[in-house]
Each structure stands twice: as structure tokens, then as C-alpha cells.
Unconditional design. Sequence first.
Length: 395
Amino acid sequence: MARSVLLINQHYHPDFAATGQLLKDLAEDLAANGFVVTVLTGPPLYSKEPVPSREMRAGVRIVRMHSLALRSMRLPAKFLNWTSFYVMVFFYGLLLRRHDIVMALTTPPYIGLVGWFIAVVKRAKFVLNVQDLYPEVLGAAKVKASFLAPLFIPFSKLLYRLSDKIVVIGDVMADRILSKNPGLHESRITTIENWANGAEITMVDPAENRYKVKWGVTDEFVILYSGNMGRAHNFTVLHELMRRYREEPKVLFLFIGGGPKERNIRFFCRTNDIRNVQFHGYVPRADLAHTYSLGDLAVITMEEGTEGLVVPSKFYAYAAAGLPVLCLSAQETDLRRHIREPWGRITRDADDAFRFIEEIRQSDYKHHDDIRRYFEEHLDRPLRTARYRDLFAGL
């Protein structure tokens, strides 16, 4: 008899949030391999595409609850969305049929406690999927409510103890959890990194890239930042790089996405007369290959101290598009095992970052094929979702 899995997360396709896109890949791959999969999620927060409250898509049963979906980036709105989601998951989850396995992601934080309760009532195994390490990330990201973080530490410790299995997305993250929870045996933790879908995100020939014309990109060297501009991202070094290239019309800074720090970047550009820059909102998933392929070099930023608390999923998409990567982070990041010379550099030093950009810019060899090959061998979707399939089969 096929094993059944209930996946709980605030976001799901067509929402643009990374966890929603990843969960879609995982759910559909599990369904294609014989699992009975149900996704319990909320209404889209970022996408305005109309979606039904219940549907079957690619073998996955999707239940979208009528929880709040306030689109404000401010924390009070987020807390209201989260609270509404907790309540709705509690009732919907208890009304759904029994599943063999319940897995909750950490969007929103501590939804795992509700997921665990549902698993207990339904006599199922519970898996906690840690995408962000709460409450530690609140302080590291300098969130205004971070003074409340110590109050939530007992909930984190309790959730780790209650989980039958804890999936983390990096070894540094696993080490952080184990160091703060000495009674937790390492066998309870499994590391499965995130991924990108290499069948969707490919290297698009510039001559066939419709976004070059749409956004007026010509022969500039494009420094790309795509995705969330959130509180866990630090743009200080990137600001300095923008100052240095301010008078260079053949360099274009391209920001695609959104988030609470977008307005700060826009303000910096206005007050420093940065004109070689473009800002665009999130694009449909079907267009990502084109927008990523506009870049000549891609940027990842991390707020100091967030290493091991978050792992930027945009890296995997950059690699799928064959882009050299500049990671503005401390060396402790979980991405250090993948980002390597000559096509990648991890640094917090503006001079070092500038040198790396110039090395890529002036080189005749752009490394695209090497990066794409590395992605296919180590980072592609089937490699990662197979790990979840094996994990669930063994529970």
C-alpha cells in the first residue's frame, strides 16, 4: 500500500516564495514515485494568480485554507498572517484523512508544533523541515522584535525533542542545533540541501532571451540580484560596489524580486545618483531561465551572524543558469562547500569583491558550462527529492 504524506507550509505554487517552489518540486516528485501526497497551505501572498481552494495538480492534492493573506511587509501584518495560519492548520489538519507522515516546514515559525499535534492525533510520524533557524535568526537579522527571541527558545527545544526526524538544509545548521541541544542525538538529524529545477532553469542563449528587449538590456555586464531582499540580507558591500561602478555605463546592477530591504536599496540609489540600475518585481516561474540568464555574475548577501541560520536558496538557481557567484558572507556559510574559485568567491571585503567582479568581467572564459555541469552533478532537483523519498520510505 502506498505511503501517504501531509506537507504543511504557508506558501505553495504559484506563490513566488522559495519554500513554496521547493515544496511543489518535492510534492510532485513524491507523487510521481508512488506516494499519496497532500499539501496544506494558505492563499498566495505574492502571486496574484487566481487559484482554487482545492485542486489536484500533478498527482498532488492541494488544500488552500482561507487564512489571512495581508500583503504588507511589516511585522504586525506577518504576525497576523502567521496566527491565522496556525489556527487554520489546526482545524483543517484534524479534519483531513490520516497520513502516515506529517512534515512541516518552518514557514511560519513554529507551525511544526501544530503539525506535531496533528501527527500525534492521527498516529503518524512527524518530520520537522528546518529552512530557517528560529528564534536565533531574529537577532542575527536585527529584527525589531528580536528582544522577544529568548522567550521562544524553549519552544524550539521542545519541537526538536518531539520530532521523529529533523531535516536541515546545511551542515552548519545541523551543528548549531546540536550545540544548543546537547540531549539531542545526531541520528535524529538528516541534512538534505535545497535545490533548483534544472529542467526549468537553463542557460538561455542571449539572442533568444526575450527579456533583453523587454527590459532594454544590451551589451552591459550585468550584476544580478534575484529573489528576496529580506532582513537576513546585508547590502553594505553591494552598496559600495554600486558606488565604484556608478560612472561605468557598461555595468548594470539588476535587482529582481522584492522584500523589506528593497526600499532601502532604492533610497541608496536615489541619494547616491546610481543610474546604472534596474528594479523589477518577481517574475513567473516559467520565465526564470530568461531572467537569470540576463546575468553575467550573480550576488548573494547574508547579514553577519546568519550563517548556519539560513541558507540562501537563490544560489542553486544561479548555478543552474551557469552564473559565477559572489557571496557576500562570512566563510562559515553552508554554501562554502559549493562556491569555489575561479567562478565563485565568498568575502565580506569590498576590495576583494571588486577584484573578483573585474576578474570575471575581463576574462574571456566565463565558466558558464563548468558551473552548469557542477549543478547537474551535485545540486539538481532529482538528486535532492530522492533523498526525501528514501527518508520517508524508511520512517
